[in-house]
Design a protein around this ligand. Sequence first.
Ligand SMILES: Nc1ncnc2c1ncn2[C@@H]1O[C@H](COP(=O)(O)OP(=O)(O)O)[C@@H](O)[C@H]1O
Ligand SMILES: O=C(O)C(=O)C[C@H](O)[C@H](O)COP(=O)(O)O
Length: 305
Amino acid sequence: MNNLTSLPLVIGLGELLWDCFGDERRPGGAPANVAFQANQLGCQGTVVTRVGDDALGTELLEFLKQQQLSTEYVQIDETHPTGTVTVEFSDANDPQYTIHEQVAWDHLEFNDQLAALMKQAQAVCFGTLAQREADSRESIHQCLAATSSACLVVYDINLRQKYYDRDWIERSLTAAKIVKLNQDEVQVLSELLAISAEDLQAFALHLQQAYGVDAICITRGAEGCLIFADDRQYDIPGTPVEVADAVGAGDAFTAALISRRLLGWGWEQAVLFANRVGGLVASQAGAMPVLRAEFEQLSQELQKT
Ligand SMILES: Nc1ncnc2c1ncn2[C@@H]1O[C@H](COP(=O)(O)OP(=O)(O)O)[C@@H](O)[C@H]1O
Ligand SMILES: O=C(O)C(=O)C[C@H](O)[C@H](O)COP(=O)(O)O
């Protein structure tokens, strides 16, 4: 691997795709969004994924290059096309995703190159969607098994349509140190794992104890977030923004939290920062807006408090 920088290496492991909004399309895919944002947040964000041998795949590779992200770990699939997602919005302006099937990122292949990369990672973020096919599911868990014991393994649950299963979720929870989920996902998980979510503190404690997770982050859109870590609870209200679309807000939150924890920030400051970063991304169109200067300014402001 060409590790040319000493910045913390943050891997987004799973889907890189096109989010399609009517006639427009923008790069997306939850783990790729995390890697992209980590790159803007002072880390070396790197995407591990697979695209098709087609024009949409070539365009994604070009996009990564333009944004100074490595394309070294983007596999090219000769038989499956580049992934696409149709994004629509509910009456409450919440994004709804239709994820198209049998695409390149369903068929990630674990190999020695990925093992070497994972060994060097300071953090890795993965989700549930990219585990819908056995090929990528097994490769993702092989990648996680190749990380060092110091690596911050983050599971951003991201449940989409019917693409989840109790066994995959439990296996992923067991592999993770930090788990991120939104309010809707709390309800789904509560039913799937038969854990009451009436008391969120008890819900989080159950996940922490049953699966050996250090921190549980529950995001609540405009209402901010609730974090359980170090035997404490951080209840952070939202900061009002004018929403362009909330696509990628959760991934930006996750990337910001990872980046500041890796820099040694305490939970409270890191969460305050992540909350604001999520809001900033919700105020912009698409999952990967360029906001490097805004993030830096916010980081400096919060560091002074
Ligand atoms: N409308 C909004 N106003 C202010 N902050 C927001 C808004 N939407 C999202 N955020 C910020 O982004 C974070 C993640 O958003 P959320 O929608 O809960 O995640 P996800 O995209 O995973 O569903 C929230 O915790 C909040 O900090
Ligand atoms: O990969 C997926 O699951 C997709 O549907 C593509 C989207 O780009 C992200 O999901 C946005 O994720 P949020 O940050 O939760 O808004």
